[in-house]
Design a protein around this ligand. Structure first.
Ligand code: GLU
Length: 482
């Protein structure tokens, strides 16, 4: 079997869009799955719109998503001369011709047709059959006064799209399209074929907004007698309102999600599910699992829906699966965490332990850090509903104070010793009052005083992480609730 060679070919005119990243990812996964090659080509031939910042944004985004290309990045503009040469080669072969028509007149014709709601098609009959030698003479005499157009033969172009199945286009729908503009610049469809052939790409997987370009590109391959690659067109991405994804739906730049505390592995997992599914109910997958399970057959032709809630859910799943040490690195390291949270006195162990306790309960890295601070800093506010519920019983305050006293006396402050103390207090109270006092009557008010919240990690894990002194101090604040 021929080695798979695929590419991602973005035009650097903005940022790395999630749609582009999804295209890149499907190509990358397929290359990794098949032990093939994944290439990155920056299509910077639109010199007016391409910017170095946009190139940088693509490179940074790709790096963040760990999709490193297997060969040096190809900048399309470096092959500008080859693209021009290909136009002339097509002309030599009789597959293209020089068009000396007056652009003004053609524009007027186009406008009139559009007004009449008819499709404008260039009529090349005047130039199509001029012998090449004559065309060349005229081109020499009238530089800048001609474009080169591909001669579309009669018939149809058909390909078996990897995603959509057989697609057939009748050539009557196409006109002899320009391959070299009057200003001497080659068009996108020409440059893409030239580069894909040069880079020996044998599968072109790209967004389905390119379907209409594919027959034109196939015609160029055929005119050159080049092997035509396979094509697959990935479904469009819609927002949850079923409208094409746009800025209206929120962040569409991959870099924005990085800033929002999304892990690259969660983003990759999420993007992979935009138009592909493994065939069972599995949703949370590591990069290796995705590589293993990815298949072209399971790419869905129907539009995919970008559901932000799902991205956050997946992110939470990946955060809880990530070793805490790695999470610390992802948050910028221990020193960075200490600096942003103003907790220079904490030890590595304390920070690690706190993150450990919260990482299964958060959706982003930012949330992780803010919840961890609950352990490090006394609460400034308390859940109001919780206060009402837990301190409705006036004895709740005394229970907190009794806990504070008992905890204070403990020499070893562990999960076991603190739990034993709490349960003992509940039992003693039961005996003294003759009614059963469940441990929850101590646990819930205690959690509220320690964290300000009604839910969170196991209480005794929290107690140990917060530390004796702070636990006692926080519990004694219950006095102020009277
Ligand atoms: N440069 C094109 C784009 O950004 C993609 C070309 C291709 O994949 O063939 O839409």
């Amino acid at each position: 079997m021929q080695q798979v060679r695929v590419r991602f070919a973005p035009s650097p005119t903005g940022y790395l869009h999630v749609g582009g990243a999804r295209t890149a990812l499907f190509n990358w996964l397929w290359a990794r799955h098949t032990n093939g090659k994944f290439l990155l080509r920056i299509e910077d031939t639109d010199q007016l719109r391409s910017t170095p910042e946009a190139v940088e944004a693509i490179l940074v985004g790709m790096k963040w998503l760990q999709m490193e290309p297997d060969e040096p990045v190809l900048f399309q503009m470096t092959r500008h001369q080859e693209h021009i040469d290909l136009c002339y080669e097509l002309l030599e072969r009789g597959a293209a011709y020089a068009d000396f028509s007056d652009p003004e007149i053609e524009n007027q014709k186009r406008e009139a047709m559009t007004k009449a709601k008819l499709q404008y098609k260039f009529d090349g009959s005047m130039y199509r059959s001029i012998p090449i030698s004559e065309q060349k003479k005229r081109m020499e005499n009238e530089p800048g006064n001609f474009a080169i157009r591909l001669k579309i033969p009669e018939g149809k172009t058909q390909w078996n799209d990897i995603v959509h199945g057989s697609i057939e286009i009748n050539h009557a729908e196409l006109d002899d399209f320009v391959i070299l503009r009057r200003d001497g610049t080659p068009v996108y469809n020409l440059a893409v074929v030239s580069d894909d052939h040069f880079q020996q790409i044998n599968l072109v997987l790209r967004g389905d907004d390119h379907i209409s370009n594919t027959p034109k590109q196939i015609l160029i391959y055929q005119a050159m007698n080049w092997e035509v690659p396979k094509f697959g067109h990935l479904p469009m991405i819609l927002g949850t309102d079923k409208v094409k994804l746009s800025k209206r739906h929120g962040a569409t730049a991959v870099g924005d999600y990085q800033k929002l505390g999304i892990l690259p592995e969660a983003m990759i997992n999420f993007l992979a599910l935009l138009g592909w599914a493994p065939g069972d109910d599995t949703e949370v997958m590591s990069i290796d699992e995705l590589i293993n399970r990815f298949s072209l057959e399971r790419i869905n032709a129907k539009a995919a829906v970008f559901d932000l809630q799902k991205l956050y859910w997946l992110n939470g799943q990946h955060i809880s699966r990530t070793p805490t040490k790695q999470l610390i690195d992802k948050c910028g390291g221990i020193d960075q965490i200490k600096e942003t949270t103003g907790t220079s006195e904490l030890t590595v162990e304390q920070i690690t332990k706190s993150l450990e306790l919260w990482k299964t309960r958060v959706k982003t890295l930012d949330e992780l850090i803010s919840y961890a601070q609950i352990i490090w800093k006394d609460p400034l506010t308390y859940d109001q509903e919780g206060l009402k519920k837990q301190f409705q019983d006036p004895k709740a305050i005394n229970r907190c104070l009794a806990l504070a006293n008992a905890f204070e006396k403990l020499e070893t402050f562990t999960h076991e010793s603190t739990e034993a103390v709490l349960r003992k207090l509940a039992e003693e109270e039961s005996q003294a009052s003759g009614e059963t006092i469940p441990a929850g009557r101590y646990i819930h008010p205690c959690r509220l005083m320690l964290t300000g919240l009604t839910v969170g990690p196991g209480l005794f894990d929290l107690v140990v992480a917060i530390g004796k002194e702070a636990v006692v101090r926080r519990l004694r604040k219950a006095q102020q609730l009277t």
